[in-house]
Write a protein that binds this ligand. Sequence first.
Ligand code: URA
Length: 226
Amino acid sequence: MRLDKFLVECGVGSRSEVKKNIAIGKVYVDGAICKDNSRNIDEMKTLIEYAGKKVLYKEFRYYKLYKIDGYITATEDKKEKTVMDLLPEWVNKKDLFPVGRLDKDTEGLLMFTNDGKLAHELISPKKHVDKIYRVILKDEIFQEGIKNLESGVDIGGYITQPAKVEKVSSKEILLNIKEGKFHQVKKMLKAIDNEVIYLKREVFGKLTLEDMVPKEVREIEREDII
Ligand code: URA
């Protein structure tokens, strides 16, 4: 892989910052200054130092995105924009895929990784990974509806597992579920004769949106997830 590409993908800086630092001699390859952006390096073996620090190649990578409306959760599509289009250049997209699924019009937290084993665990209903959605409703929600959502509703032949609801206002709730059936939240609200107007995932396992802004991407560590 090219030296500049490797450094950008390791997240040390933007392409222009990386190029500038290579040009001014701040990058060492196997102990010697290297001013050649295009130098071919073996990311598993070559020792790279950037501005005085060793840069380590990571086999598994983890990122979180604040997804916005209008992008489908897929790695590619012929017609629609996908969540991959929201990832900036510094994200190493090789073998990367989204974990779980948010609808085209759903916003909020979406994780990406190239770690298939962890992804499998995270979407397995047995793992009980908490997912908290902020839901804005068409109609007012009452105690009976909340009780039904919490104890389980029929979403087309499937009774949902126990959930938790926090009422924010007459038409807004935080819904905490541990499973992730197709269109689950929308179907749950439909089951109590209401409708989702806006949906945002705010929590996924230990991950939260924190102070992220729409479209922001952050690299995260394995331990931050579950
Ligand atoms: N439930 C839905 O209905 N849609 C989503 O995008 C996520 C959960």
